[in-house]
Design a protein around this ligand. Sequence first.
Ligand code: PHE
Length: 390
Amino acid sequence: MNQSQLGILKGVLLCSILFISETGCKKHRGADSTTSSGPTLRIGEVGSMTGSEGTFGISTHQGIELAIQEINAEGGVQGKKLEIILVDNQSKADEAATATVKLISQDNVIAILGEVASSRSMAMAAIAQDFKIPMISPSSTNPKVTEQGNYIFRVCFIDPFQGKVMAKFARNNLKLSKVAILRDLKSDYSTGLSQYFKSAFTESGGKIVTDESYNSGDIDFKSQLTKMRATRPEAIFVPGYYTEVGLVARQARELGLTIPLLGGDGWDSPKLAEIGGQAMENSYFSNHYSNENQSPYIQSFIRKFKQSYGVVPDGLSAMGYDAAKVLASAMTRSKSLNPADIRDALASTQNFAGITGNISMDSNRNAIKSAVVLKVAKNGYFQYQTTISP
Ligand code: PHE
């Protein structure tokens, strides 16, 4: 963890302690600025700042923060500055739901950014929809997230596409015909993506030789991997989050399985290679962006990000940045700053030039975009392989 990540973490912890002790944390409970009539425009953010997917929340928040700083430096939106009110959900769905209620009912936010993990976004979306507060998930890819209602948006592609991307890559680029699946039964993201990959891979002539599962939080995958080994797969598709995937990689190698692992965007974390070490090398995953993209717009984003946080932004930071910018652009175009008008403006988002690609909302409030495939190379470096378009 770098200095700024530590700083954020401390701020979040301090805020939640103050909040519990009822002495009041201004960021969370200030009574001086409410809704669009206050001095600032309050936007809620719900993120996993701590817990098993802690890097997702931290990275996303840094991207959002950078975007908000830029927007405010340019004068804000309709003459007012934006204020982000961040709540940590500790990587838990029930906490994400509680945070959403608090942001809407106590902080009177006019829009919400979050979450990353699909299961947590689904818990939030049901509430945001109920209260008719627009919500944008930066990077939740399960279709069910935006199906919760017409106030729920995302700036990323969805998993039926992401599953096809990896199936195509496995068949055409890696020339594989026999793949095993290892899915996380507790994650809507993982079960969904496994299903989409399975159908796309089978439709293109491949065979799924074993379909095994685990539950997030598990640390021992040896019995699943041993069963798998007997079916002689050429790769293992393991669309989980980085903590478990890193452990799976180590244990697979210990059992003599040297075949590549394949996965989705849930691998995108500096912790993946920290946990998995060399065992992660020569594996492949689909993602929203590559920092090797030489477009001047992307390279300037990377420079600014490095200046602020001292690290190269991962895909989550890029998605957080895009989500905040898409929201600000909609608020600028909106008839008024009422949540209903912001919703309508968001729905009309077309050709927004994001870091992660061109963002247009389709009629289901999903963005239609390309994906990149990255290889985990030496020292955990994510090396660009190819771009696959819808
Ligand atoms: N797409 C994942 C999900 O829906 C979340 C994720 C996105 C994780 C991007 C890492 C990077 O659960």
